[in-house]
Design a binder for this molecule. Structure first.
Ligand SMILES: [Zn+2]
Length: 409
C-alpha cells in the first residue's frame, strides 16, 4: 500500500536518467517506485499530474532564509509552495554565534528543507556588509567546532570576497574559510564582488569542490576579461573541479557575461537564485524564473533542470535529494512550461526575451503537498529599487506575483 501515487505526468529527472510519462509512488516520505501503471497499485491517495512535468523537488544552492534576524533573510515558506523549491541552502546568513537561533527558530519550524553554509564571520550577515571588517571575528576553530556539532544541517563554509567585505584584509578571510572547511572535510562557497583581490589570486586558492557564486556577474571580479573571453586561471580552476554557481541575487547576474560564457561552451554547474530581501521582488524573483532565463539563453530544458536538482545535490553530497530514485526523499515539483513572449531582466536591467517559462503547479516535501501561504511583506528596512519598480510597472513578473510595496509612483 502506497501513501500517494502521482500519475500521468512526464517525469524529468536528468540525474537519474529518467524521462517519459511515468508514475511516482511515495511511501513513508520517500520515493517507493517510479514506472508505468503504478496508479493501479493500492494507494491511500492519487494525484493526477497529466499535462505536467514531474521533477525532483528543486534545490536552490544559494539563498538567505535566516529571517527576522539578518539583513537579507526571507521566510522561505511563502515562496516554496509556488516555486517547487524543496531544499533551500542558506549561503552564510549565520555565523557561529548566530547559528543556534537560525537552527532552532527558522530551520526546524520551516515546512521546507533547509541546509546551510556557515559564515566564517561569527556574526554572519546580521548587517548588509562589513562582516569581515575585523580579523578577530573570523574564528576558525569555533567555525569548525560549530559545523562538527551540526553536520545534519551544515554543508560548508561561506565567505564573501570582494571590497567592501574584506577590506583591508585581502585574502586572509578566504584563507581562514579554507582552513575551517579543511578541518571538517567540507567545501567552501565564495561570493564574488568587486576586486581586489584579483580573480587570479582567488581561484588559485580554491580546491576542487569549492564553489564560486555570483559566477556570471558583470562586476570587476568576474570570469571573463575585457575581451569577453574566459580568464585563463578561471578556466583552469573550473576544469580542475571548481564549482560554478549562478547566485543571481540583486547584483550577481549579467546577461552579457552569461552569453559570453555559454557561447564559449561554458554553461554553469548550478543555477541558484541568491534569493533575499532585495532579490525576491525582482530581478531574480524565484528559482523557476532564473531557470527560465537560462532557457531564454538557449540551454535545453533537461540541462537547466539538472542544474537545479542533480548538480546541486552532488555539490551537497546528498544522493537522497534532487532525484526521484527509489529511496530518495519524496520531494517532488510539478511544473508546466508556458509558451509565449516573456521578458526577463538581469541585475542591470538588461532585457532578454524568451519563449518559455517554467510555472510550478504543485510542490511536495516528504510526500506532502505544501499548502498555499500569502506572500510575506518586505522587511521594514527595505525599499524597492529603481529596477524593481521598473519591472513591476512593466508587468514583466511571474504569474501570481504580488507587488508588496503598495502603490507604484
Ligand atoms: Zn548571497
Amino acid at each position: 500500500m502506497y501513501d500517494l501515487v502521482i500519475h500521468g505526468g512526464e517525469v524529468v529527472d536528468p540525474g537519474a536518467g529518467l524521462r517519459g510519462v511515468m508514475d511516482v509512488a511515495i511511501e513513508h516520505g520517500r520515493i517507493a517506485a517510479v514506472g508505468p501503471d503504478l496508479a493501479s497499485h493500492p494507494t491511500r491517495e492519487r494525484l493526477d499530474a497529466t499535462g505536467n512535468l514531474v521533477l525532483p523537488g528543486l534545490i536552490d544552492l544559494h539563498t538567505h532564509v535566516y529571517h527576522g534576524a539578518t539583513y537579507w533573510g526571507i521566510d522561505p515558506d511563502p515562496v516554496a509552495w509556488h516555486t517547487g523549491v524543496t531544499t533551500w541552502v542558506d549561503a552564510g546568513s549565520a555565523g557561529a554565534t548566530t547559528w543556534p537561533a537560525f537552527r532552532d527558530w527558522c530551520i526546524r519550524p520551516a515546512r521546507t528543507r533547509i541546509l546551510a553554509y556557515l559564515n566564517i564571520a561569527t556574526s554572519g550577515l546580521a548587517s548588509a556588509t562589513h562582516e569581515l571588517a575585523h580579523l578577530d571575528t573570523m574564528d576558525v576553530a569555533l567555525c569548525a567546532r560549530t559545523i562538527e556539532a551540526n553536520r545534519e544541517f551544515l554543508v560548508g563554509v561561506k565567505v564573501r570576497m570582494g571590497a567592501p567585505d574584506v577590506n583591508p584584509h585581502g585574502m586572509e578571510p578566504l584563507r581562514r574559510a579554507i582552513d575551517a572547511a579543511t578541518r571538517v572535510g567540507l567545501p567552501i562557497m565564495v561570493h564574488l564582488g568587486m576586486s581586489p583581490p584579483s580573480m587570479d589570486e582567488l581561484v588559485g586558492a580554491l580546491r576542487p569542490g569549492d564553489s564560486i557564486t555570483h559566477a556570471f556577474n558583470g562586476n570587476t571580479m568576474r570570469m571573463i576579461g575585457e575581451d569577453g573571453v574566459i580568464v585563463p586561471s578561471v578556466a583552469r580552476a573550473w576544469d580542475s573541479g571548481m564549482i560554478v554557481d549562478i547566485g543571481h541575487g540583486a547584483g550577481g547576474f549579467s546577461f552579457l557575461t552569461a552569453e559570453a560564457l555559454i557561447g564559449q561552451g561554458r554553461a554553469p554547474d548550478v543555477i541558484s537564485t541568491d534569493l533575499h530581501q532585495l532579490a525576491v521582488n525582482g530581478p531574480a524573483f524565484d528559482l523557476p524564473t532564473v531557470m527560465s532565463k537560462f532557457l531564454a539563453l538557449g540551454m535545453s530544458l533537461d540541462d537547466v533542470i539538472e542544474r537545479a536538482t542533480a548538480r546541486p545535490a552532488k555539490v551537497l553530497g546528498r544522493p537522497d535529494l534532487g532525484t526521484l530514485r527509489p529511496g530518495a526523499h519524496a520531494d517532488v515539483a510539478l511544473f508546466k512550461v508556458d509558451h509565449g513572449d516573456f521578458a526577463f531582466y538581469d541585475v542591470r536591467g538588461i532585457r532578454r526575451d524568451g519563449q518559455s517559462r517554467l510555472r510550478n503547479t504543485r510542490t511536495l516535501v516528504g510526500g506532502r503537498v505544501l499548502a498555499s501561504l500569502p506572500p510575506a511583506p518586505p522587511a521594514l528596512w527595505m525599499t524597492p529599487s529603481y529596477l524593481q519598480k521598473r519591472i513591476a510597472q512593466a508587468g514583466h513578473v511571474p504569474d501570481g506575483y504580488v507587488w508588496p510595496y503598495g502603490k507604484l509612483d
